[in-house]
Write a protein that binds this ligand. Structure first.
Ligand SMILES: [Zn+2]
Length: 415
């Protein structure tokens, strides 16, 4: 390490995952420039900002690969939506025609701010486009992306929630959004009258615009049919390996061991990633089984063992799809581990599903705490990885590209 270095930020006494010795992290121009024990002792190090993590666990900013900011915080408008996926889609569809840019922005900002203060620094938001809502939700997302860039990298995935092939206006809207700043494209074949044509058109658009794909797929527990094999086949045919993800895929929770092994091999071979959305999948699936409801969540830890890129993400917050949520990815990973019977020996793998693994699925460059990496850092109120994960430790502060972007002081007892 050269002498007399001047940095923008020096975060001292950080406990990194898997490390015994506390480390200092030095940041320059948004990137991690040096990591080492007691950097200040080893050289004359100057930093504009100095912070002390005090031996607490420091993680890279968390990654939410799948959320719907445009329809978050709708509970007060549709308390009578009834249960189930169809009821939720219908309830939001009724409200959507009245969405304004300001309304979507305000609700999205509320959810985004909660996620930011829970440590999320990268997020892929799905946004519905159709003749009902036009490009209004998309416009709101572009403003959120700009206004919150100080704290989070927001990636906008436009998609036709209510089908596409029945109305050419839908594809025109998707094309326009892709020309006007959408980062990637989603699909939802299970709501389309012609799922195969839906997938064909979505792949064609992705190739034409050179964007990644993220589908809503296989969102039920009927093992007798699936769109996953067709997605894998089309991914390879398009040469889009590593650029396609699917969310839900809850049928993977309903198939037998041999079929699961086969699907894992197919997904790994096609380079298709899978996101489990436990809050929504638990809430909406298996309702006809009453008190014996199956969990209905894709076993993505099994997929990860087979080399598939996987993540656990938020999906919906406070709406008819999921009338719960605080934006915490730590809580979502914790929920996933709990429902999958995964103990402390697997907590690190589950933490990866909202950090390193999620970053791989989203193809985020230079993610992670390493020299040269993006200086996106959160300090958790915990000094042990297993306890942090098991106890859903809250972040005390975060640094986006090396700049302090939020604080969240720990609770104080007043005896
Ligand atoms: Zn979704």
């Amino acid at each position: 390490m050269p002498q007399n270095q001047i940095f923008d930020l020096l975060l001292r006494n950080a406990r990194l995952r898997g490390g015994q010795t506390l480390q200092d992290i030095a940041v320059r121009q948004g990137r991690i420039a040096a990591i080492g024990p007691a950097l200040t002792d080893a050289a004359i190090v100057e930093a504009v900002v100095k912070e002390d993590a005090g031996g607490r666990l420091v993680l890279p900013g968390l990654v939410d690969t799948h959320i719907h900011l445009d329809k978050s915080c709708l509970l007060c408008r549709c308390r009578d939506a009834g249960g189930g996926l169809k009821g939720a889609i219908a309830a939001v569809s009724r409200l959507k025609r009245d969405f304004t840019i300001e309304d979507v922005y305000e609700r999205g900002a509320r959810t985004l701010e909660r996620a930011i203060t829970q440590g999320t620094m990268h997020m892929r938001t799905h946004v519905e486009l159709d003749p009902l809502v036009g490009l209004r939700s998309f416009e709101a997302m572009k403003r959120l992306k700009r206004d919150y860039a100080f704290a989070i990298d927001l990636s906008i995935c436009v998609f036709p929630q209510e089908g596409m092939t029945h109305d050419p206006a839908v594809e025109r809207l998707l094309t326009q959004a892709l020309a006007e700043g959408a980062d990637l494209l989603g699909g939802c074949p299970y709501t389309d009258a012609d799922p195969s044509l839906h997938m064909e058109r979505i792949f064609a658009l992705a190739v034409a615009h050179d964007v990644d794909l993220d589908f809503h797929l296989d969102f039920d527990l009927d093992p007798s049919w699936s769109h996953l094999e067709e997605i894998c086949r089309r991914t390879k045919a398009a040469g889009w390996q590593g650029r396609v993800a699917v969310g839900h895929a809850t049928k993977l929770a309903a198939i037998d061991d041999a079929a699961l092994e086969r699907m894992i091999a197919l997904l790994a071979d096609a380079g298709v990633g899978v996101t489990a959305l436990p809050a929504t999948d638990l809430y909406l699936n298996g309702r006809d089984a009453n008190h014996r409801a199956p969990r209905g969540v894709a076993p993505v830890h099994r997929l990860a063992e087979g080399g598939v890129a996987v993540s656990v993400a938020t999906n919906n917050v406070l709406n008819p799809f999921t009338p719960f949520g605080d934006g915490s990815l730590m809580r979502m990973g914790n929920l996933y581990a709990n429902l999958m019977h995964l103990g402390p020996e697997s907590f690190g793998d589950c933490l990866d599903m909202v950090s390193n693994g999620a970053a791989r699925l989203m193809r985020i460059a230079d993610y992670g705490i390493a020299v040269g990496g993006q200086a996106d850092l959160i300090v958790l109120d915990a000094d042990d990885e297993a306890e942090a994960f098991g106890g859903i430790a809250a972040p005390l502060m975060g640094f986006k590209r090396g700049r302090k972007s939020f604080v969240r002081p720990a609770a104080t007892l007043l005896r």
